[in-house]
Design a protein around this ligand. Structure first.
Ligand code: DGJ
Length: 757
């Protein structure tokens, strides 16, 4: 039983083979946080981990008889105003204007498995044995508000998930002004903070900084999505922790709207980490009997560095966040027409593109933006989800059938949350956009945000899109979303509920996703937001893959995908080969490299194959063929190890190793070629030391192979032939190594004492 309660000491111990998480009911009934980290043995009493010392008289203690100095105490879910002077986890405004609450312990229960979160995405357990859930109920008697802190510990993984439910039991309504999903206190501050930061075209770069006294935070205030600037994730690394070694704590929020992920180091070097809905743009009114549920936070502990943390997140998000038909399936290799045509296409052109794609071995043709309403540019048409018959006379249903006849599946782009003013939808329902009375709504890409907090809006969009899906042969939807929220105000919500808008908006998006994925369970949904501005576990619960970035340059993608892999598995990373000069950075990179980098993701093409030279088209054919042999390994059945960081070196490298460690695929990509260069050894990871592998490699049109034991490949490394990199294109060259186990050392010895060469 991984959740233990020691009644004599009031101690909760969540523990499995990897982690321990300790809390104590203090003398005044509040909850104290005692420890989170590597597993420690259980015992009845850990209360000595609570320490009191005579400190400043300025900082008060709780009323007698408990006399606890909360400011110096690790608290489980702190409030402000009763002796703690740091940022609180929860703040409840009461009718009389008071924000003081004292939540004291009432009861707890332990459940087998993991209950779902009403209307919210969350990781799940498939059986009651996989996880245990602890719910601790706390109550504030003055306001009549109940807090239920929920913790799920997975049986076989260093994973704890948390969320909070707040119920108003008292007669007077209250307003929640802040309700974090998790709050953890460490008793020291010896950490480095790691975050995934960026912008459009360079999403999720790895950024590290020393943890300093005071507040450090990453936040998204975009409303419609988590944003391209900061990902709802942060990690705390012990100094010296590396990719492979050392303790790392990862915090990830299963949420797609405005968020805060914050650390606060006190002047006594305690570190409070909290993560949840951003309080600046949030409030929620609770009437008697109503409950508010926060999004879920996922906490991963690793004593094997960042790599260990990532592999835990990958397994969890691939198998217990993603759901449904596509969860464990290899993803279709697609051709998307966007960068090949932009808005400039007609049915004939699309069919020609599809025929060429079929010839290359591609499996799915995706029609991107521009197929509906008067959408010949991005000034008009959004919201009018009827096919533009001038461009596509057969309609979407006819076109989808023709594509099927060619032998491909058909996929379609939509942007369901937005509207152009020049659209029939806006003309019919001008009040459906978010806008503040008396103020001019700001456009972004000439479009406006539909009010998804209104059920009728969501219903209307559902009806329009469901009709297309029912009539046509669609197996894939790219759900795009191309702007942040501004002048956020809903004509539908009363003045006292405007603080609920952003959260209600994203609940509306989640509910539409839920309806569509339930009604059309075999459609593969790919999320997109001006590239990768909505790459978060919240959306990945509904759409098992997301477009990672509009920047498809191979070297830029090395960085973006490397950063994204900190948290998200490769199956979730939308990655395409595009044309050169690249449309974002105007750089030339070898086609082989663009293919190699894109293969470590959900893989596809986004160009006009007809514009390739014959020899280039042959390369595409061989890439598609190769990906078909590798994708099971890359997308469904492997552990991922980062080998060299493009943020630190001239090379980027990584490897996917099958769960039985008999197969692997690695990629090494260099930025600039070097003259008279030093030796380059590529050290692999994750292999079985005693397995004898055949390594084959293709670069610059040459194929070569040799055999070696796993230990040699990991510790001595592969000597990389610089000439081979030069032949593979020089600057921005990439090499893929494919490994297959031949035998074990024991087999080799049996075969006459010699290694099997
Ligand atoms: C932004 C996306 O990131 C692109 O891939 C493309 O779908 C465009 N929108 C279409 O408008």
């Amino acid at each position: 039983m991984p959740i233990l309660y020691h009644e004599s000491t009031g101690i909760f111990h969540l523990t499995n083979a990897y982690v321990s998480y300790l809390m104590r009911i203090m003398e005044n009934g509040q909850l104290e946080h005692l420890y989170y980290g590597k597993r420690i043995r259980d015992r009845e009493d850990f209360s000595h981990l609570h320490e009191e010392a005579l400190r400043s008289h300025m900082v008060l203690s709780t009323p007698e008889p408990s006399s606890l100095a909360l400011h110096y105490t690790g608290q489980e879910y702190p409030v402000y105003g009763t002796g703690d002077y740091k940022s609180p986890a929860v703040s409840i405004l009461q009718e009389n204007g008071s924000r003081i609450s004292v939540f004291t312990y009432e009861s707890f229960r332990v459940l087998a498995g993991k209950p779902s979160l009403q209307g919210l995405p969350a990781v799940y357990a498939e059986s009651p044995e996989e996880a245990s859930t602890l719910e601790i109920s706390l109550f504030d008697t003055v306001s009549g508000t109940r807090l239920v802190l929920s913790y799920t510990l997975f049986e076989n993984a260093p994973v704890i998930t948390r969320h909070t439910r707040i119920t108003q039991e008292g007669e007077r309504p209250v307003r929640i002004e802040r309700a974090m999903s998790t709050c953890v206190e460490f008793h020291d501050s010896s950490f480095e903070m790691l975050q995934l930061s960026g912008a459009w075209g360079r999403e999720r770069y790895i950024h590290e900084r020393a943890l300093e006294m005071g507040i450090q935070a990453v936040q998204g205030l975009c409303g419609t999505c988590s944003g391209a600037e900061q990902n709802p994730f942060l990690a705390l690394k012990r100094p010296g922790a590396t990719e492979r070694t050392g303790d790392v704590y990862g915090f990830s929020l299963v949420y797609s709207s405005s968020f805060l992920a914050q650390t606060e180091v006190s002047t006594h070097d305690m570190t409070r980490v909290m993560m949840g809905i951003h309080p600046d743009t949030f409030s929620w009114k609770l009437e008697q009997g109503q409950t508010f549920t926060t999004p879920e936070a996922v906490m991963v502990f690793s004593d094997q560095g960042l790599g260990g943390m990532s592999r835990t997140f990958h397994r969890l998000y691939r198998r217990r966040l993603a759901r449904g038909f596509w969860r464990d399936r290899e993803r279709p290799i697609l051709l998307n027409n966007w960068e090949g045509t932009y808005f400039n296409f007609n049915e004939e052109k699309l069919l020609a593109m599809a025929r060429k794609a079929k010839e290359a071995g591609i499996e799915l043709f995706v029609l991107d933006d521009g197929w509906f309403g008067a959408r010949n540019d991005d000034y008009r048409g959004l919201g009018d989800w009827q096919c533009n018959l001038d461009k596509i006379p057969s309609g979407i249903d006819g076109l989808s059938r023709k594509i099927e006849e060619i032998g491909l599946h058909f996929g379609l782009w939509v942007e369901l949350e937005m509207v152009n003013m020049d659209s029939d939808l806006y003309r019919a329902h001008p009040d459906w956009i978010l806008q503040t009375p008396g103020r001019v709504p700001s456009p972004s890409r000439h479009q406006y945000v539909l009010d998804y907090s209104r059920q009728e809006v969501v219903d209307h969009i559902y009806d329009m899109v469901a009709e297309i899906l029912e009539k046509s042969r669609i197996t894939y939807i790219k759900w795009d979303m191309n702007r942040y929220m501004s002048e956020g105000y809903s004509a539908h919500l009363g003045p006292e509920r405007q603080g609920e808008l952003m959260h209600r908006y994203i609940l509306g998006v989640y509910s539409l996703y839920e309806r569509l994925t339930s009604a059309f369970p075999e459609i593969l949904f790919e999320s997109c937001a001006s590239g990768g501005a909505r790459f978060d576990p919240g959306i990945l619960y509904y759409a098992p893959q997301a477009w990672c970035s509009d920047d498809t340059d191979a070297w830029e993608r090395c960085k973006i995908q490397y950063g994204t892999s900190l948290v998200y598995p490769l199956s979730m990373i939308g990655s395409h080969v595009s044309a050169v000069p690249n449309h974002q950075v105007f750089r030339m990179t070898p086609l082989e490299t663009r293919g190699a980098v894109a293969m470590f993701g959900s893989f596809g093409y986004e160009l006009d194959l007809d514009r390739l030279r014959e020899e280039e088209f042959e390369i595409v054919k061989s890439q598609v063929k190769r990906m078909k042999t590798l994708r099971r390994l890359i997308q469904t059945d492997s552990d991922f190890y980062r080998l060299c960081s493009p943020f630190e070196k001239n090379e980027a490298g990584w490897i996917c190793v099958s769960s039985d460690r008999t197969k692997a695929a690695a990629c090494l990509c260099q930025k600039l070629n070097k003259v008279n260069a030093s030796w380059l050894r590529f050290h692999l990871d994750g292999l079985r030391e005693d397995l004898f592998y055949r390594i084959s490699c293709m670069a610059g049109g040459k194929e070569w192979s040799y055999k070696a034991f796993g230990d040699e490949l990991m510790y001595a490394g592969i000597p990389v032939d610089r000439e081979c990199l030069t032949e593979a294109g020089g600057d921005f060259a990439a090499v893929i190594f494919v490994l297959e186990a031949q035998s074990t050392e024991a087999d080799a010895l049996k075969a006459g004492g010699k290694r099997v060469e």
